[in-house]
Ligand binder design. Structure first.
Ligand code: IMP
Length: 202
């Protein structure tokens, strides 16, 4: 397997929350992260059928267009009683007709769909993070991480992003929305996927 040396690495995401977390996670490894937005790269349509396919297509396009190694993250919330939805459609559940994103709306939809299944429904859920690293010559490596938890209602906390305020990690007392970001970074799906990436590539 190739290793990743110092130098620029494109973070192939237009999601500022993710870019910020990835910068924090890569901080200690001497790479110089540049975001797809900073390079004005387009956002490809996520037409993959799973997290890995979507991560790969985003990183592949960024590597092709920039001539630099590119890393992308495709992630989402899988709710077991909803057949693992919203899954790869997690961002889409937050979209309004005008294209803006409102995660309270997405969390409300999760809650409404769970409520429709009755009071005894399981509230178990997990976040998944698939990472794809693609070099400009097309070679790629993939890593996947997850974190198990349960969903609370109403949402709690204003830190983090996306579905964080309703996700209580297994054994924890604070939701990802209440937690200090450094604590989230120790246990999250993204942290678990990054641990695998770091072990393999640095
Ligand atoms: P995509 O990977 O850009 O398609 O979008 C993933 C979506 O999943 C995000 O917009 C969030 O809604 C959700 N998501 C992924 N990771 C997290 C997380 O760490 N916290 C909360 N929501 C997340």
């Amino acid at each position: 397997m190739r290793t990743l040396g110092p130098g620029k690495l494109v973070i192939a995401s237009h999601n500022e929350g993710k870019v910020r977390e990835i910068r924090d996670l890569l901080g200690p490894y001497g790479v110089e992260p540049v975001s797809a937005a900073e390079l004005d790269l387009p956002e490809p349509d996520e037409i993959g059928v799973n997290f890995i396919e979507n991560a790969d297509l985003k990183a592949r396009q960024a590597a092709d267009l920039s001539g630099l190694p590119a890393l992308s993250d495709d992630s989402g919330l899988c709710v077991e009683a909803l057949g693992d939805r919203p899954g790869i459609f997690s961002a889409r559940w937050a979209e309004a007709e005008d294209g803006s994103r409102d995660f309270f709306r997405a969390m409300q939809r999760v809650e409404d769909e769970l409520a429709a299944l009755g009071p005894d429904v399981s509230r178990d859920a997990h976040f998944v993070c698939a990472l794809a690293l693609v070099w400009p010559d097309g070679e790629s490596e993939w890593f996947e991480g997850r974190v198990e938890g349960t969903l609370v209602w109403p949402p709690r906390g204003s830190r983090g992003f996306g579905y964080d305020p309703m996700f209580l990690p297994l054994g924890g007392e604070q939701t990802f929305g209440e937690m200090d970001p450094a604590d989230k970074h120790r246990i999250s799906h993204r942290a678990n996927a990054f641990r695998k990436l770091v072990a393999a590539l640095f």
